[in-house]
Design a protein around this ligand. Structure first.
Ligand code: ATP
Ligand code: ZN
Ligand code: MG
Length: 302
């Protein structure tokens, strides 16, 4: 049995995670949620004074906007679509027969107007673009959403439905790269306050296929993505618990996001993987929160 399986098993045994029978799809105990709530409060104490506009979207987004985002070009392997039965009574009969004999009943399901949100910031860009030019101060947004990625795994830190807290900044290149740097500094400070050893490193997204290789190289060469890494299931391959992304003007161009003077907005986003951070805390300080160091309990619960 490898280390990953045993940490997952310990999480199941302790009740912190609840097995659903699907890898990467877990229920969580009240204690697990309490840690996420406390950590989000800590995020608020760092980001709260910046005056970000809070928005909360459901875990599904407009399919037409998802198509426009280009997600299927870059990450088709991760996407999740919502399909429904849209047939007649006759179709229903054959559906039930199909299920009865164990055939694939999902073949007749039809795509709805909703796809599962792949990252908390995806619904934001078209929403803000609809408002017209950004104000002189640019844009700063506070988001949190369940996200779906089809990447089943026995690693408890790689889930299929997980929560991402994000801040998104829109403005000039200088403005948004300063924002990203500020959150890298804050990320290090926050993790220090909760007793986690972290590193920050340049990273890339898992762009699909041969064309994706070029995207990967470009992203790394230009330092467009950094990750804050914490050892959870492996010390050799620590887990990305935060990411810091600079999109240059690519989202500005795609969605028509413009600054007050009409120039194309640059954008950056920082994301916290909330389940991953909770798991890092449980892995590092133990599965029983009552046993955590007093200073860390104080940081999280006052
Ligand atoms: P990884 O390289 O581990 O796949 P990522 O680069 O795909 O991570 P992002 O797309 O930057 O991650 O997502 C923002 C944050 O969401 C990550 O820093 C991470 O903390 C969290 N996250 C990403 N994928 C998962 C997942 N499958 N399960 C839990 N949290 C995740
Ligand atoms: Zn984002
Ligand atoms: Mg990933």
């Amino acid at each position: 049995m490898d280390m990953q399986t045993s940490f997952l098993d310990r999480l199941f045994e302790s009740g912190l995670l609840i097995d659903t029978g699907v890898d990467g799809l877990y229920g969580r105990s009240g204690q697990f949620e309490d840690v996420i709530t406390a950590f989000e409060r800590l995020i608020d104490t760092f980001g709260g004074a910046d005056g970000a506009e809070a928005m909360r979207f459901p875990p599904g987004m407009n399919r037409a906007l998802f198509e426009k985002s280009g997600y299927m070009k870059s990450f088709p392997q991760l996407a999740g679509t919502v399909h429904s039965f849209c047939g007649s009574e006759l179709d229903h009969m054959s559906l039930l027969e199909c299920m009865e004999v164990g055939d694939d009943w999902t073949k007749g399901q039809q795509a709805t107007d909703i796809v599962l949100t792949p990252a908390a910031c995806y619904p934001l860009y078209p929403t803000v673009a609809k408002r017209g030019n950004l104000p002189k101060t640019g844009g700063l947004f506070d988001l949190q959403s369940y996200c779906f990625r089809h990447e089943p795994s026995k690693d408890p830190a790689r889930q299929q439905l997980f929560r991402m807290r994000e801040y998104v900044c829109m403005g000039t290149e200088q403005h948004v790269t300063d924002f990203r740097q500020k959150w890298m500094d804050r990320g290090l400070e926050m993790m220090k306050q909760v007793g986690l050893d972290v590193t920050i490193d340049v990273a890339n997204d898992p762009f699909f296929g041969r064309a994706g290789k070029m995207m990967v190289n470009n992203q790394r060469d230009q330092n467009l993505k950094f990750e804050l890494l914490i050892p959870i299931t492996s010390v050799a391959k620590p887990t990305a618990c935060m990411s810091f992304n600079y999109h240059q003007d690519s989202f500005g161009l795609k969605w028509g996001l413009n600054l007050e003077d009409g120039s194309v907005a640059h954008t950056a986003c920082v994301g916290f993987g909330l389940e991953r951070i909770a798991l890092a805390l449980f892995h590092h300080h133990g599965l029983d929160v009552k046993e955590w160091p007093a200073s860390i309990r104080k940081t999280l619960w006052g």
